[in-house]
Ligand binder design. Structure first.
Ligand SMILES: [Zn+2]
Length: 439
């Protein structure tokens, strides 16, 4: 059961616990285990907010009234775009090699495999698959470290059930209500976070009544679009026909868009469902929720916006009583490359002076360390004197680089280095969590 730092220090001092892992800091009690009579833990629950670049994970305790207190916050940073770029680059290099005037290469068409996600028969794009698999891997790790009794997943952006044919059924948008938050998420997805009047993205968007409310326009989703603040104010109470009089093409597009329901709602949420089903397959009681509800909870309970705090607000929440001062940022760094020969920018192998391909060193471990290990180096003298803790990059020469939280120190002799934790494909960083009193 997760405990407070002060109690953890006390347990370690008295010798009742020993360190199991350095990051995240895990201790293990030595004098009791699950079979000891009288040992009973309440357990914690896990909230997950899956995203494309970040996924939030929150371990929390719940009171009988449904009030939540977070004990651990994790911001998992994915490498989806890196994977997509690497796959595109590989495909282009292969295509280039095939069409260039080189020796004959037999076409290879049957050597590509489609891996289903563990326990699922769904195929996902490699970048998407990575997101599901890493999040799952963290669910498994947290299960080993803490007594998880239930999982809450934000499985969809908005509730497709409640919003079945919202354009016809007429879900009302009213600011501050749960239905209003669902409707807003629906509109954000439908209009792809873009202003319909000027195509601006990445700016704050307002809900705009196409037929102004002062002219009898309804609150229904079929009368709503997204507009940036400038366009929203410029349009004001004008009918859309007047506001877009000089741009008939856009006017037609906006009007057609109003009638068109969001077709690919299922596709939008496919990754989240893949994750949800995979967690269910692990045997956890899983409760699904929507992005609209998360945002509603966050607003009602005055919780600031971070990925991990979003995870704390997933599902039915009656109150949020507190959260840790720091969030653990876990970045997927990978475990190195499969590539045996580096290529130049044209896709040709880098060669040595005599023209043979320069093979990448197959050995990963040098002087007992591998790139990615968490180490502490105590350098007694010289320019690099001091204690450095961080991720090591090894060289066969024994001259290592160490990347700390602030900088990279080059050329540290392996003799000064001691292992803290083996590399596991992630880098760890701790950042202060927002408290909500920032402004
Ligand atoms: Zn605009």
């Amino acid at each position: 059961m997760p405990t407070r730092p002060a109690r953890a220090r006390e347990l370690l001092r008295k010798g009742r616990a020993r360190v199991h892992r350095v990051v995240p800091f895990i201790i293990r009690l030595v004098d009791v285990d699950a079979t000891t009579p009288g040992i009973d833990v309440d357990g914690v629950e896990l909230g997950i907010d899956p995203g494309s670049k970040h996924s939030g994970l929150a371990l929390f305790t719940t009171t009988r009234d449904g009030e939540r207190t977070a004990v651990t916050l994790i911001d998992l940073v994915h490498r989806g775009l890196t994977i997509k770029n690497a796959m595109t680059s590989r495909a282009q290099l292969r295509r280039g090699r095939r069409s260039r005037n080189l020796r004959y290469r037999a076409p290879r068409f049957d050597n590509r495999r489609r891996h289903p996600v563990d326990g699922l028969n769904t195929w996902l794009a490699p970048s998407t698959r990575h997101r599901v698999v890493t999040t799952l891997s963290w669910v498994d790790r947290l299960t080993r470290w803490a007594p998880i009794t239930g999982v809450h997943v934000e499985a969809v952006r908005f509730d497709t059930q409640a919003m079945e044919n919202p354009e016809i059924g007429g879900v009302e948008y009213q600011q501050g209500t749960l239905a209003g938050f669902e409707a807003r998420e629906y509109l954000l997805t439908k209009y792809r976070h873009t202003c319909v009047y000027c195509d601006a993205t990445g700016v704050p968007l307002n809900i705009d009544h196409v037929r102004p409310r002062s002219k009898g326009g309804s609150n229904r989703v079929s009368n709503l679009v997204l507009a940036c603040v400038t366009c929203n104010q410029a349009k004001d109470a004008q009918p859309v026909e007047v506001f877009l009089a000089c741009d008939p093409a856009r006017l037609a597009r906006v009007k057609a868009g109003l009638k068109r329901p969001l077709r690919d709602a299922a596709a939008v949420n496919s990754t989240r469902w893949a994750l949800t089903h995979a967690i269910e397959a692990r045997g956890f009681p899983v409760k699904t929720s929507t992005g609209g509800r998360t945002k509603y909870n966050r607003t009602v309970h005055a919780v600031p916006k971070t990925h991990a705090l979003d995870a704390l607000c997933v599902g039915d929440v009656t109150g949020v009583t507190g959260w840790p001062a720091t969030t653990l940022v876990v970045t997927c760094a990978g475990r190195g490359r499969y590539r045996r020969v580096n290529v130049d920018k044209y896709g040709f192998p880098r060669t040595t002076k005599d023209g043979t391909p320069a093979k990448v060193n197959r050995t990963k471990i040098h002087h007992g360390y591998a790139t990615g290990d968490l180490v502490r180096a105590v350098v007694p003298t010289g320019k690099k004197q001091g204690t450095h803790v961080g991720r090591v990059a090894v060289r066969a020469t024994g001259s290592f680089n160490i990347t700390t939280a602030h900088t990279t120190i080059q050329g540290i002799n392996h003799k000064h280095v001691r292992l803290l934790q083996r590399g596991d494909g992630y880098t760890y960083q701790t950042t202060p969590t927002l408290t909500g009193d920032e402004k």
